[in-house]
Design a protein around this ligand. Structure first.
Ligand code: B12
Length: 220
């Protein structure tokens, strides 16, 4: 079996080299090596992309480079997502979750990790994609008879749309019908409290714990 550290190094190098083929190859190695897949995502893909995000903020690299790195990460993540989801394939459904990135926000990766992790832990997850307007979160939750609405936002400007979803639920008298959770890099517990979200989690494992722990609140 290939050494875990070597695989993580290959994953990291693929992002830093903006190399989608290498990211896919390294992800396949990780998926078959029996390593902890969430650790692999975090150390192999998320850490280097965040480091590049910081380099972007310092203007050491530019948007086209960040996009290429994100494309490489997305290619690798498709493999990781399938592998993570497969682990939970046999589990019974605990509850139904609709998840999406809010209006005006195209960041996809963290939301997809959370979706895959929830799915692999027995939740039925409907991923609505990115730039999801408030009304669509709610219409989808209704039509899919969801228990949970999960909203991701990566920009301090788009976090505000998480509040819009909750306000729209309140206006429609549906606030008690769905358990709302929020997350994304700029989102904190204090923001969740301020906008009246039912829960906040900082990462994918934490999101699973949050829903598991509050099951008696949201389960119908
Ligand atoms: C990759 C990336 C991109 C890619 C996105 C590709 C894609 N398909 O997703 C591209 C290059 C396209 C991009 C574009 C932009 N980006 Co960008 N991007 C990033 C970067 C580097 C990494 C994000 C990421 O994927 N992280 C890895 C994942 C695994 O982590 P995560 O998203 O945080 O998710 C975890 C948790 O937050 C949590 N979580 C996430 N969602 C949810 C949801 C729920 C319900 C829960 C419970 C938990 C949860 O769990 C996840 C797993 O652990 C960040 C930097 C950063 N530190 O976050 C900047 C960053 C978010 N981007 C930034 C900016 C400014 C932009 C642009 C506006 C740039 C521009 N000038 O055009 C555009 C946005 C356009 C738009 N309208 O959305 C800023 C935001 C600043 C701010 N605070 O507002 C950042 C912080 C970079 C920076 N330092 O300047 N970006």
């Amino acid at each position: 079996m290939a050494d875990t550290e070597q695989i993580l190094a290959k994953m990291k190098a693929s992002i830093e080299a903006y190399d989608s083929d290498a990211a896919v190859a390294a992800a396949k190695e990780a998926a078959t090596a029996g390593m902890d897949l969430l650790v692999a995502v975090e150390k192999g893909f998320a850490e280097p992309i965040r480091a590049l995000g910081e380099a972007f903020a310092r203007m050491e690299i530019f948007l086209p480079q960040l996009i290429l790195a994100a494309n490489a990460m997305e290619a690798g993540m498709a493999v990781m997502e399938e592998a993570i989801t497969a682990i939970g394939g046999e589990l019974e459904t605990k509850g139904v979750v609709v998840i999406g990135t809010v209006e005006g926000d195209i960041h996809d990766i963290g939301k997809t990790v959370v979706a895959a992790m929830l799915q692999s832990n027995g939740y039925q997850v409907h991923d609505l994609g990115v730039e999801v307007p408030a009304s669509r979160f709610i219409e989808s939750a209704k039509s899919l008879n969801a228990d949970v609405i999960a909203m991701s936002a990566l920009l301090s400007t788009t976090m505000l749309y998480q509040r819009d979803v909750i306000e729209l639920l309140n206006n429609k008298g549906l606030a008690d019908k769905y358990f709302t959770i929020v997350g994304g890099a700029p989102v904190k517990q204090a923001w969740a409290d301020e906008i009246g979200a039912d829960g906040y989690a900082s990462g994918a494992c934490e999101a699973v714990k949050l829903l598991d722990q509050h099951r008696e609140v949201w389960a119908k």
